[in-house]
Design a protein around this ligand. Sequence first.
Ligand code: HEM
Length: 454
Amino acid sequence: KFMKKKKELPPGPKGFPIIGNLFMIGKNLHQDLYQIAKQHGPIMSMRFGLVPIIVASSPHAAEQFLKKHDLVFASRSYNTAAQYIGYDQRNITFGKYGSYWRNMRKLCTLELLSSLKINSFQSMRKQEIENFVTFLNRAASNGVEVDISAKLASLSANMACLMVFGKKLWMKNLMKGVLKMFDLQGFVPRMKKLAKIFDDLLEKIIDEHVQDSKRENKQAKDIVDTMMAIMQSGEAEFEFDRRHVKAILLDLLIASMDTASTAVDWTFTELLRHPKVMKKLQNELEQVVGTNRMVEESDLEKLEYLDMVIKEGFRLHPVAPLLIPHESIEDCIVDGFDIPKGSRILVNTWAIGRDPEAWPEPEKFRPERFVGSNIDLRGRDFQLLPFGSGRRSCPGLQLGLTIVRLVLAQLVHCFDWELPNGMAPEDLDMTEKFGLVTARFQHLVAIPTYRLHL
Ligand code: HEM
């Protein structure tokens, strides 16, 4: 006779009824999970309230969920924020795995975030970065300090708005509202109100584009134009109306708003903490670009040390330390453990970047560790996953990486930097503020001195 085998969940800390393990979690979820995993192992099970959570904290564990069994773990969970802000999970980021999501994601990669499309926004990026450098230059002439974190955030927001809508909008406060919604789980009235504000705004923008498109010789196509053209052509092989257009617009806006700027903010902080690395990068830029001009996008592929610096920055400061939670669509056995359908998977890339088995002396910021190594950050190597890996990995990788490289290179190439009030590099505060995008807790402030001969 068969005996039904008892399900064996991965090991994990004991929880209480109803709240599960929530009592163990403080302000920085990724850091707490890192500590707890040290006791329970790289595949660990917990419960947040009634929700089963699986945490992956080593390269091998990440590979199991994102590659070996990727199809099972390629969905997202339903939440009220996704319902109201994602037009009932019609967007990509929170879309359930299925044919609708596959189609939308394909459209996004092929039409909206292709190399061709990204290149078509190159002159816009150049213009915005020139404005940014002009601002810093003025601060340099006056010898005043600059709130780098704030300036990076508005640069990034401007580029995102120009790319998606074709014009700059003051979205920052609205965006903060959206991100807060994820903390306000279940706070429906406020969510509805915010969703309505966004919806009105998007409707207005789409109407303006429809009006404009009737005029001839319209300039560069932004993403609204591209989406409207697809909608009107009737080429899409799936249901595609204004709700879908709005869902994707918001998706791209949220995804590109804070990510690249936060990555630059962290890596630039590390450069300020490590003056020798900063100098070495300046030397590379002097050799490749020279001090008579700013960095161009076409220079980027020649900047090898810049690449290592950026990898090292992402290793220690992945912008989305737990990726975006994945959800399993059926029961699955992973490394001999039973993972039930409906589990939420948190891949702790922050912990993986600090795994001493994968990285010698992980706490040190040392870009030279990548000399002669072919570890890449595009999702092929599971010890470095700032953009995730597999089906749910970031479709904006190429664009995000281009912005990060260009902006960081420019900051380092155009200016020398000093900390305010004679602060020593090692005294820079490195506290994190956990969120879907994990930023610096305190804004980074520094004083520039212009160094180009332009
Ligand atoms: C440095 C910049 C960026 C970083 C570090 C980053 C990182 C990530 C990560 C970690 C995920 C989740 C992967 C997962 O759940 O497994 C993600 C998803 C996503 N990203 Fe990015 N991202 C960046 C920029 C962008 C940009 C510029 C766009 C588009 C304009 C974008 C669009 C998206 C979308 C649509 C998703 C959802 C994908 C899905 O669920 O299928 N990202 N990104």
